[in-house]
Design a protein around this ligand. Sequence first.
Ligand code: ROI
Length: 158
Amino acid sequence: MNEAFIGLGSNLNTPMEQLQQAITQLEQHAEITKVTLSEFYSSKPVGPQDQPDYVNAVAIITTSLAPIPLLDALQAIENSQHRVRERHWGPRTLDLDLLKYNNDKIDMDRLTVPHPFMLERGFVIKPMADLVPEMLLHNGCTVTEQLSSLDTSDLISL
Ligand code: ROI
């Protein structure tokens, strides 16, 4: 069995419902046996500011899926919820990012793991700190240490 971290984000079409629905789909997936959820947070957009605030969360899943089949499963969930992404770094209905897969390093066209931007994003590190504060990240810091280096003043626990 494998342990993967999934970042969830939405800022269109009732974001809370998008996340809830995505979590239900993860829980119902035949090859995902356990889903553990962080708190939900409202966050200011990273990137263009002329878009709604996001709702973000992180899930730890236990899965028999290898990384690429897991990525396919996440993209199938995004598509089933009619993912729209209007522009690069613009608003989206649902984002499911594969942040971490065991301690694997993956560098493929479709998939880079650990996620290249996760360390600098409060909307990822703060929910991770709810779940595994002592876990070591790929830069050698614990999640709590990483969190203390970030400005998370925009994050509101929902
Ligand atoms: N900003 C926030 N706050 N939350 C996200 O999930 C998010 N996702 C993105 C970009 C556009 C980078 N900004 C974000 O993809």
